[in-house]
Design a protein around this ligand. Structure first.
Ligand code: FES
Length: 108
């Protein structure tokens, strides 16, 4: 059994050049909200869920993006309601939120 049941990584990348990056699209707020929700739901820690920052995940065109392991499901989200749904459905119950899944064709 792995140390965490699920691990979610949020791209928080920012580019000084002003080039498109997840940080311009509310990534930090989404990360903070997710972390708070996971803690409030008692999901954080060993055997539960870990919420981590990441640099560019090279799927910038779909930003802001996050990926959940071990299922390797990629999400693109808009607001805190989307994050709540990812926490409630996927991180808590393992049910993928299909409406937020990032299409495979979306890359950099
Ligand atoms: S800047 Fe977020 S995936 Fe590249």
């Amino acid at each position: 059994m792995s140390y965490y049941e699920r691990h979610i990584f949020f791209c928080l990348n920012q580019r000084d050049s002003g080039e498109n990056a997840c940080a311009q699209h509310g990534a930090q707020a989404a990360f903070d909200h997710c972390k708070a929700r996971v803690k409030a739901e008692g999901l954080a820690g060993k055997g539960g869920v870990r919420v981590n920052k990441a640099g560019c995940l090279d799927r910038c065109a779909g930003g802001p993006v996050a990926v959940v392991y071990p299922e390797a499901v990629w999400y693109s989200f808009v607001d805190s309601t989307d994050i709540d749904e990812i926490v409630e459905s996927h991180l808590k119950k393992g049910e993928v939120v299909e409406r937020l899944v990032l299409p495979d064709a979306v890359g950099r």
